[in-house]
Design a protein around this ligand. Structure first.
Ligand code: FE2
Length: 413
């Protein structure tokens, strides 16, 4: 039993107490200390639901230094570099690196992760590694695995069968990469097949979709329609959708209506796509961003993710979602109060909606006591300072604690 005193819940201007008992929120409100109870004074710091990273590639992390350099910085050369070297990776190495990435994510306050795993591999080495890892760390973090055909469901020989096999082996979601397929027809076919497989195996869909500056890449509308038609909109996600930033406004206006009606979720990966896109432009250079603000205004569920940690597609990344948040807020022109005051939704609740953990995710009495303590007093404060996470608690168990940073200065500040 532990009593967390002086917690600032999001959207409030007064602190409260949180009593945790048997791994659940026993009471949220002013509490008296009981004998023998551990008391933690949160000193007015912000308490939030755990962060969610709904789109990362844990089987790729920390491969940038050992694989051939992606000298053009493009998505396609990243795929070529990965394709050339991926067979050199053993399941043990993949797991070892993934654990390192996972640790960075956990220390950043993340407790929910959706990882895309390359299944265009006849041995399904990465998938086997991730299935084992998911089981090994299940008490620390919830991991969803996406069966992702990195080299194409149809452009890679046997890709469709490998995706289906991955679902049978335990992947939670099915994916596609239509903008990479050789022809638009193959791209459409891959999106339809992903939805068909999701229905067949009762899985979720999360497709890499339109990750390109090509304004003719319009697979997100196919995904939205197919998901809506099959009644699985809320279980369906389109990741990246960079091409939306290049669509003409007349088409984008029509598309927004469909996205809203379909109920699908959208994920933006701003740091990676700012790095990858615009590579064929001179000036002005596109920055790879989807229409976040417009989707937000339409009430479409949008969330942000750290796609990569040091892999052939992005040389940086450390799992700290406040950096990602900062990037999309600037690039997406979200720097006005109505967005900034709800900033953390984009790396917490909206990500959770995408991953569908249900009502148990939220800080409510009788729910599992999973939360983070942020070195801030409000969403605005957390956004402005890229505030760190001081504590992460999962089912009542403290995963880590950090001291609030201190400094010394002779200046009279
Ligand atoms: Fe990705």
């Amino acid at each position: 039993m532990a009593l967390y005193k002086n917690a600032m819940l999001r959207g409030k201007n007064q602190t409260t107490d949180i009593l945790v008992k048997d791994g659940k929120f026993a009471k949220i409100g002013k509490c008296c200390e009981a004998e023998g109870e551990e008391v933690i004074d949160l000193k007015g710091k912000l308490v939030c639901e755990p962060y969610c990273d709904p789109h990362i590639h844990l089987d790729y992390v920390f491969t940038a230094s050992s694989f051939g350099e992606n000298s053009t910085g493009t998505l396609f050369d990243g795929i070529a570099s990965w394709s050339d070297s991926k067979s050199t990776l053993s399941a043990d190495i993949i797991k070892q690196r993934a654990r390192k990435g996972l640790k960075e994510q956990l220390l950043g306050g993340t407790q929910y992760i959706r990882t895309h795993v390359d299944v265009t591999d006849p041995n399904l080495t990465g998938l086997k590694a991730m299935l084992e890892l998911r089981e090994e760390v299940k008490d620390l973090v919830e991991i969803q695995i996406v069966a992702f055909p990195q080299e194409g469901m149809y452009s890679y020989k046997g890709g469709e069968e490998l995706v289906e096999e991955a679902l049978k082996m335990g992947a939670d979601c099915v994916s596609a990469i239509p903008h990479f397929e050789y022809t638009p027809e193959m791209g459409v076919k891959s999106v339809k097949k992903a939805v068909e497989l999701a229905v067949k195996y009762d899985k979720m869909v999360d497709a890499h979709c339109d990750e390109t500056d090509d304004d003719m890449s319009r697979f997100v509308e196919v995904l939205a329609y197919e998901a809506m038609d099959k009644g699985i909109g809320e279980k369906t996600t389109a990741s990246h959708t960079c091409a939306m930033g290049s669509y003409n406004n007349a088409y984008a206006f029509k598309l927004m209506k469909l996205l809203k009606k379909s109920g699908i979720n959208l994920i933006s990966c701003p740091t990676e796509n700012t790095h990858l896109q615009g590579r064929y432009d001179t000036y002005p250079k596109r920055r790879g961003l989807t229409r976040i603000k417009e989707m937000f205004d339409e009430g479409i569920n949008v969330c942000f993710a750290q796609d990569s940690i040091c892999d052939p597609w992005y040389p940086l990344g450390n799992g700290n979602l406040t950096y990602v948040l900062d990037s999309d807020f600037h690039g997406g022109h979200l720097t006005s109060p109505q967005y900034m005051n709800k900033a953390l939704d984009l790396i917490s609740a909206n990500g959770a909606k995408t991953m569908c953990p249900g009502e148990s995710y939220f800080i409510r009495e009788n729910n599992p006591a999973s939360f983070i303590v942020i070195d801030a007093v409000s969403d605005f404060d957390a956004l402005r300072n890229r505030a760190g996470v001081l504590m992460s608690v999962r089912n009542g168990r403290v995963l880590f604690k950090k001291q609030e940073p201190t400094f010394e200065t002779p200046l009279a500040l």
